[in-house]
Ligand binder design. Structure first.
Ligand code: 13P
Length: 262
Protein backbone atom coordinates (compact mmCIF):
# COMPACT_ATOMS: atom_id res chain seq x y z
CA UNK A 1 0.00 0.00 0.00
CA UNK A 2 1.15 3.52 -0.81
CA UNK A 3 1.56 6.54 1.36
CA UNK A 4 -1.45 7.87 3.29
CA UNK A 5 -3.18 10.68 1.37
CA UNK A 6 -5.22 13.48 2.95
CA UNK A 7 -8.41 14.92 1.45
CA UNK A 8 -10.50 17.56 3.16
CA UNK A 9 -12.78 20.48 2.69
CA UNK A 10 -13.39 23.74 4.45
CA UNK A 11 -17.06 24.66 4.08
CA UNK A 12 -16.35 28.33 5.02
CA UNK A 13 -19.56 30.33 5.66
CA UNK A 14 -21.67 28.13 3.40
CA UNK A 15 -24.16 25.35 4.17
CA UNK A 16 -26.78 25.47 6.92
CA UNK A 17 -27.04 22.68 9.50
CA UNK A 18 -29.40 20.57 7.38
CA UNK A 19 -27.29 21.09 4.24
CA UNK A 20 -24.15 20.09 6.14
CA UNK A 21 -25.77 16.94 7.52
CA UNK A 22 -27.04 15.89 4.08
CA UNK A 23 -23.61 16.55 2.58
CA UNK A 24 -21.77 14.54 5.24
CA UNK A 25 -24.20 11.64 4.99
CA UNK A 26 -23.79 11.44 1.21
CA UNK A 27 -20.01 11.91 1.31
CA UNK A 28 -19.40 9.18 3.91
CA UNK A 29 -21.80 6.83 2.12
CA UNK A 30 -20.13 7.35 -1.25
CA UNK A 31 -16.56 7.03 0.07
CA UNK A 32 -17.02 4.27 2.67
CA UNK A 33 -15.48 1.60 0.44
CA UNK A 34 -12.17 3.49 0.29
CA UNK A 35 -9.85 2.13 2.98
CA UNK A 36 -9.10 4.65 5.73
CA UNK A 37 -5.65 3.11 5.87
CA UNK A 38 -5.13 4.73 2.47
CA UNK A 39 -6.78 8.09 3.04
CA UNK A 40 -7.74 10.47 5.81
CA UNK A 41 -10.93 12.36 4.97
CA UNK A 42 -11.93 15.47 6.92
CA UNK A 43 -14.60 18.15 6.71
CA UNK A 44 -14.61 21.52 8.44
CA UNK A 45 -18.19 22.89 8.66
CA UNK A 46 -19.52 26.06 10.28
CA UNK A 47 -19.75 26.22 14.08
CA UNK A 48 -23.54 25.86 14.20
CA UNK A 49 -23.39 22.54 12.33
CA UNK A 50 -20.64 20.95 14.38
CA UNK A 51 -22.62 19.39 17.21
CA UNK A 52 -25.16 17.61 15.00
CA UNK A 53 -22.49 16.73 12.47
CA UNK A 54 -20.33 15.19 15.17
CA UNK A 55 -23.20 13.08 16.51
CA UNK A 56 -24.29 11.91 13.06
CA UNK A 57 -20.92 11.16 11.51
CA UNK A 58 -18.75 8.07 11.87
CA UNK A 59 -15.47 9.78 12.79
CA UNK A 60 -13.63 6.70 11.59
CA UNK A 61 -14.78 7.57 8.08
CA UNK A 62 -14.57 11.34 8.29
CA UNK A 63 -12.82 13.54 10.82
CA UNK A 64 -14.55 16.79 11.74
CA UNK A 65 -12.95 20.10 12.49
CA UNK A 66 -13.70 23.67 13.52
CA UNK A 67 -12.73 26.61 11.33
CA UNK A 68 -11.25 28.60 14.20
CA UNK A 69 -10.85 28.55 18.00
CA UNK A 70 -10.12 30.90 20.89
CA UNK A 71 -6.86 30.11 22.73
CA UNK A 72 -8.15 30.17 26.34
CA UNK A 73 -10.39 27.66 28.06
CA UNK A 74 -12.73 30.33 29.47
CA UNK A 75 -12.69 34.09 29.83
CA UNK A 76 -13.92 37.46 28.71
CA UNK A 77 -13.65 36.76 24.98
CA UNK A 78 -17.04 37.63 23.51
CA UNK A 79 -17.75 35.76 20.29
CA UNK A 80 -15.01 33.16 20.71
CA UNK A 81 -15.36 29.36 21.04
CA UNK A 82 -13.00 27.60 23.44
CA UNK A 83 -11.17 24.26 23.20
CA UNK A 84 -13.33 22.88 26.04
CA UNK A 85 -16.43 23.59 23.95
CA UNK A 86 -14.92 21.83 20.95
CA UNK A 87 -13.80 18.87 23.10
CA UNK A 88 -17.34 18.62 24.47
CA UNK A 89 -18.74 17.97 20.99
CA UNK A 90 -15.98 15.57 19.95
CA UNK A 91 -14.02 17.70 17.49
CA UNK A 92 -11.05 15.93 15.97
CA UNK A 93 -9.37 18.92 14.41
CA UNK A 94 -9.00 22.69 14.52
CA UNK A 95 -8.05 24.75 11.49
CA UNK A 96 -5.80 27.67 12.38
CA UNK A 97 -4.74 30.67 10.34
CA UNK A 98 -6.80 30.21 7.19
CA UNK A 99 -5.97 32.98 4.74
CA UNK A 100 -9.42 34.53 5.26
CA UNK A 101 -8.77 34.64 9.03
CA UNK A 102 -5.38 36.26 8.47
CA UNK A 103 -6.43 38.73 5.78
CA UNK A 104 -10.10 39.53 6.45
CA UNK A 105 -9.90 39.29 10.26
CA UNK A 106 -6.28 40.45 10.64
CA UNK A 107 -5.02 37.51 12.71
CA UNK A 108 -1.27 37.44 13.34
CA UNK A 109 1.29 34.62 13.41
CA UNK A 110 1.57 35.03 17.19
CA UNK A 111 -2.17 34.43 17.57
CA UNK A 112 -2.04 31.40 15.28
CA UNK A 113 0.77 30.03 17.46
CA UNK A 114 -1.38 30.30 20.61
CA UNK A 115 -4.26 28.56 18.85
CA UNK A 116 -2.11 25.72 17.49
CA UNK A 117 -0.64 25.14 20.97
CA UNK A 118 -4.02 25.26 22.62
CA UNK A 119 -5.63 22.82 20.16
CA UNK A 120 -2.77 20.35 20.63
CA UNK A 121 -2.81 20.65 24.42
CA UNK A 122 -6.51 19.79 24.31
CA UNK A 123 -5.93 16.59 22.36
CA UNK A 124 -7.05 17.79 18.93
CA UNK A 125 -5.17 17.87 15.64
CA UNK A 126 -4.12 21.33 14.47
CA UNK A 127 -4.22 22.22 10.77
CA UNK A 128 -2.01 25.29 10.38
CA UNK A 129 -2.67 27.14 7.11
CA UNK A 130 0.07 29.24 5.56
CA UNK A 131 0.60 31.04 2.27
CA UNK A 132 2.07 34.14 0.66
CA UNK A 133 0.21 37.01 -1.02
CA UNK A 134 0.70 37.82 -4.71
CA UNK A 135 2.76 40.86 -3.74
CA UNK A 136 5.09 38.72 -1.62
CA UNK A 137 5.37 36.20 -4.46
CA UNK A 138 6.33 38.99 -6.87
CA UNK A 139 9.01 40.20 -4.46
CA UNK A 140 10.42 36.67 -4.62
CA UNK A 141 10.04 36.11 -0.88
CA UNK A 142 7.52 33.23 -0.81
CA UNK A 143 9.95 30.80 0.89
CA UNK A 144 10.82 33.41 3.54
CA UNK A 145 7.12 34.08 4.23
CA UNK A 146 6.29 30.38 4.53
CA UNK A 147 9.26 29.79 6.81
CA UNK A 148 8.28 32.72 9.01
CA UNK A 149 4.64 31.60 9.26
CA UNK A 150 5.75 28.08 10.20
CA UNK A 151 8.51 29.10 12.61
CA UNK A 152 6.21 31.46 14.52
CA UNK A 153 3.05 29.34 14.12
CA UNK A 154 4.81 26.24 15.47
CA UNK A 155 7.08 27.99 17.96
CA UNK A 156 7.59 26.34 21.35
CA UNK A 157 5.52 23.28 20.57
CA UNK A 158 6.52 20.07 22.28
CA UNK A 159 7.78 17.56 19.66
CA UNK A 160 5.59 14.90 21.26
CA UNK A 161 2.63 16.74 19.69
CA UNK A 162 4.08 16.60 16.17
CA UNK A 163 2.00 13.60 15.16
CA UNK A 164 -1.14 15.75 15.49
CA UNK A 165 0.15 18.68 13.40
CA UNK A 166 -0.87 19.10 9.76
CA UNK A 167 0.12 22.02 7.54
CA UNK A 168 -1.80 23.36 4.53
CA UNK A 169 -0.10 25.52 1.91
CA UNK A 170 -2.74 27.84 0.52
CA UNK A 171 -1.27 30.73 -1.46
CA UNK A 172 -3.54 33.73 -0.88
CA UNK A 173 -3.70 34.47 -4.63
CA UNK A 174 -4.96 30.98 -5.41
CA UNK A 175 -7.97 30.86 -3.09
CA UNK A 176 -11.62 31.40 -3.94
CA UNK A 177 -13.59 32.67 -6.92
CA UNK A 178 -10.87 35.06 -8.08
CA UNK A 179 -8.05 32.62 -7.34
CA UNK A 180 -5.54 31.36 -9.88
CA UNK A 181 -4.47 27.79 -9.02
CA UNK A 182 -0.76 27.32 -8.35
CA UNK A 183 1.00 25.20 -10.94
CA UNK A 184 1.97 21.76 -9.70
CA UNK A 185 5.62 22.68 -10.18
CA UNK A 186 5.34 25.83 -8.05
CA UNK A 187 3.31 24.00 -5.37
CA UNK A 188 6.00 21.28 -5.25
CA UNK A 189 8.76 23.87 -4.79
CA UNK A 190 6.93 25.49 -1.89
CA UNK A 191 6.13 22.12 -0.34
CA UNK A 192 9.84 21.29 -0.44
CA UNK A 193 10.51 24.52 1.47
CA UNK A 194 7.87 23.51 4.03
CA UNK A 195 9.23 19.99 4.45
CA UNK A 196 12.76 21.33 5.05
CA UNK A 197 11.48 23.87 7.55
CA UNK A 198 9.45 21.23 9.41
CA UNK A 199 12.59 19.10 9.74
CA UNK A 200 14.39 22.11 11.17
CA UNK A 201 11.62 22.72 13.72
CA UNK A 202 11.14 19.04 14.64
CA UNK A 203 14.36 17.20 13.69
CA UNK A 204 12.91 13.75 14.42
CA UNK A 205 9.20 14.03 13.68
CA UNK A 206 9.13 16.82 11.06
CA UNK A 207 9.30 14.47 8.12
CA UNK A 208 6.05 12.78 9.12
CA UNK A 209 3.96 15.97 9.26
CA UNK A 210 1.50 15.98 6.34
CA UNK A 211 1.65 18.97 3.97
CA UNK A 212 -1.55 19.62 2.02
CA UNK A 213 -2.06 21.92 -0.93
CA UNK A 214 -5.17 24.15 -1.14
CA UNK A 215 -6.34 26.94 -3.45
CA UNK A 216 -8.57 26.38 -6.49
CA UNK A 217 -8.03 22.62 -6.49
CA UNK A 218 -10.40 21.29 -9.17
CA UNK A 219 -10.99 18.14 -11.23
CA UNK A 220 -8.58 19.48 -13.86
CA UNK A 221 -5.53 19.97 -11.60
CA UNK A 222 -6.01 17.54 -8.70
CA UNK A 223 -4.17 14.68 -10.41
CA UNK A 224 -1.05 16.65 -11.15
CA UNK A 225 -0.93 18.34 -7.76
CA UNK A 226 -1.27 15.12 -5.76
CA UNK A 227 1.33 13.42 -7.96
CA UNK A 228 4.04 15.72 -6.58
CA UNK A 229 6.25 13.90 -4.10
CA UNK A 230 5.96 16.52 -1.34
CA UNK A 231 2.19 17.06 -1.65
CA UNK A 232 0.55 14.73 0.88
CA UNK A 233 -3.02 15.82 0.36
CA UNK A 234 -5.52 18.26 -1.11
CA UNK A 235 -7.50 20.81 0.87
CA UNK A 236 -10.41 21.75 -1.31
CA UNK A 237 -13.04 24.49 -1.22
CA UNK A 238 -15.57 24.95 -4.01
CA UNK A 239 -14.81 21.72 -5.89
CA UNK A 240 -15.63 19.64 -2.81
CA UNK A 241 -18.97 21.11 -1.80
CA UNK A 242 -21.02 18.58 -3.75
CA UNK A 243 -20.47 15.12 -2.33
CA UNK A 244 -20.57 13.30 -5.68
CA UNK A 245 -17.99 15.67 -7.19
CA UNK A 246 -15.67 15.43 -4.18
CA UNK A 247 -15.93 11.63 -4.21
CA UNK A 248 -14.96 11.61 -7.90
CA UNK A 249 -12.06 14.02 -7.30
CA UNK A 250 -10.72 11.88 -4.44
CA UNK A 251 -10.81 8.67 -6.50
CA UNK A 252 -9.20 10.36 -9.47
CA UNK A 253 -6.46 11.89 -7.32
CA UNK A 254 -5.79 8.57 -5.55
CA UNK A 255 -5.39 6.82 -8.88
CA UNK A 256 -2.98 9.50 -10.12
CA UNK A 257 -0.94 9.43 -6.90
CA UNK A 258 -0.57 5.65 -7.01
CA UNK A 259 0.34 5.81 -10.73
CA UNK A 260 3.04 8.32 -9.76
CA UNK A 261 4.45 5.77 -7.32
CA UNK A 262 3.17 7.32 -4.11
P1 13P B 1 -11.09 27.05 -3.04
O1 13P B 1 -10.76 25.62 -3.35
O2 13P B 1 -12.54 27.37 -3.25
O3 13P B 1 -10.17 28.01 -3.77
O4 13P B 1 -10.84 27.27 -1.48
C1 13P B 1 -9.69 26.73 -0.88
C2 13P B 1 -9.72 26.97 0.58
O5 13P B 1 -9.77 28.09 1.04
C3 13P B 1 -9.69 25.79 1.45
O6 13P B 1 -9.47 26.18 2.76
Amino acid sequence: MGKRLYFGSNLKMYKTISQTLDYLKELTERTKDISREEITLFIIPSYTSLEDASRQTDHGLCLLGAQNMGWEETGQYTGEISPLMLNEIGMDLVMVGHSERRHVFRETDEEENRKVKCALEHGMRALLCIGETMEQKEFGISPEILRMQMKIGLHGIDPSFADRIWVAYEPVWSIGVNGIPASAEYAAQMHDVMKDCLKEIFPDAGEQIPCLYGGSVNPGNARELISQKSVDGLFVGRSAWQADKFDALIRDAMEAARAAGK
